[in-house]
Design a protein around this ligand. Structure first.
Ligand SMILES: CC(=O)N[C@H]1[C@@H](OP(=O)(O)OP(=O)(O)OC[C@H]2O[C@@H](n3ccc(=O)[nH]c3=O)[C@H](O)[C@@H]2O)O[C@H](CO)[C@@H](O)[C@@H]1O
Length: 364
């Protein structure tokens, strides 16, 4: 089978596509792939690391208010469609899947116009602009939350879950902790702000690191690549205890998550799919800067059944965060309840469901 994939900008759109590739490879080692990403997205680095053939488009998103930038965006979209058509004619995919982000707009649109079977995968409970636009042209829309079904044509939509959920299932906890320099026998809280890091979370965390000094658990704090230097400057001044480890980015999340007892993070949909697949309890700080406040909706679904505690960004400070982390990691019963609530929301077979859908379309 030949599969073309597109999705990008941030990890939340890229890792589900890579999970689809890995699931197909497990069943069909001869399958061929072509990934089309944005020139400046995280996918340049992440996809190339996986040795997946990669092509890029120069693409930007629409600004909400009227501006000349939007004219440029339309021009780039049209150029993107034209380049995508060339790539499709050369690669001849049996099926094309888009996993969100601006870049999959022209790729999936071009595929649909050329009559190639097309699918979009929506990670969030409220869809993004690109997927809403594409839903008119594609053959199928795979969603991760039941709540998202209502936004798409009824005859196209199917609940699959997020394929990345399946990918984190068989992580090696010992390896993950070792690679990150962590102690193998201590409970671990992982703090990060989505795939790019989040300044408000960094601001709250940097000032409180000393408070972790007398805790029995250890802390792995991921700053996000672009924030790392700045954070380390501040850490140099404020100091950091020996049970706190700081990294810019972790490439091997599946192994790390296998050894993680609690996650503090934004409420990105792919992160949530990972946490619920494994039953990791979480403290979620939804980003208020995303379309239709979708992260808050993502987080509410988990908080409602007790899998997560939500802290609104406005209420976030070091003291509060420490109190909530302690209330979970220092209270076994609390942790267990959250773990069970979390795992009850997981869809660990999502990758198989997406693969089945792709096979059906490709063989039509
Ligand atoms: C600001 C923004 O637009 N955020 C969106 C983006 O978030 P973002 O890209 O942050 O997405 P998620 O939190 O859903 O996923 C992050 C992914 O990156 C991985 N990871 C993270 C840190 C790290 O060091 N290493 C690593 O591999 C995580 O394990 C996860 O697989 O896409 C999500 C999925 O559509 C949306 O729900 C978010 O609202």
């Amino acid at each position: 089978m030949k599969v073309m994939l597109s999705g990008g900008g941030t990890g939340g759109h890229i890792y589900p596509a890579i999970a689809v590739i890995n699931e197909i490879k497990r069943h069909d080692p001869d399958a061929e792939f072509l990934y089309v990403g944005a020139k400046n997205g995280l996918e340049q680095d992440i996809v190339k690391r996986e040795n997946i053939p990669f092509e890029s488009l120069h693409i930007t998103g629409f600004k909400r208010k009227l501006s000349f930038e939007n004219v440029k965006t339309i021009t780039r979209f049209l150029r993107g469609v034209s380049k995508s058509k060339k790539l499709i004619k050369r690669f001849k995919p049996d099926v094309i899947i888009g996993t969100g982000g601006y870049v999959c707009g022209p790729v999936v649109y071009a595929g649909a116009k050329l009559g190639v079977p097309t699918i979009i995968h929506e990670q969030n409970s409220i869809p993004g602009l690109t997927n809403k636009f594409l839903s008119r042209y594609v053959d199928r829309v795979a969603v991760s939350f039941k709540a998202a079904e209502a936004f798409f044509p009824k005859h196209k939509v199917i609940l699959t879950g997020n394929p990345r959920a399946s990918e984190v299932l068989n992580g090696d906890a010992v390896k993950g902790k070792k690679e990150a320099g962590l102690s193998s026998d201590k409970k671990t809280v992982l703090i990060f702000g989505g795939s790019r890091g989040a300044r408000p979370i960094n601001d709250a965390v940097v000032g409180m690191l000393q408070a972790f000094a007398n805790r029995k658990y250890q802390v792995l704090y991921i700053t996000g690549n672009v924030h790392y230097e700045n954070v380390m400057e501040k850490v140099k001044q404020a100091g950091s205890p020996s049970n706190v480890f700081i990294k810019p980015f972790i490439h091997n999340m599946p192994d790390l998550l296998a050894g993680t007892d609690l996650v503090v993070s934004r409420a990105g949909a792919t992160t949530i799919a990972e946490l619920t697949a494994l039953g990791v309890p979480s403290i979620l700080i939804p980003s208020p800067y995303v379309t239709n406040n979708h992260q808050e909706k993502n987080a509410e679904a988990l908080a409602k059944n007790g899998a997560s505690i939500i802290i609104k960004e406005n209420d976030l400070n070091g003291q509060k965060l420490l109190k909530e982390i302690d209330s979970i990691l220092e209270n076994e019963q609390n942790w267990k309840k959250m773990h069970e609530a979390s795992i009850s929301q997981g869809m660990p077979d999502a990758a198989a469901r997406v693969r089945k859908l792709m096979n059906e379309l490709a063989n039509k």
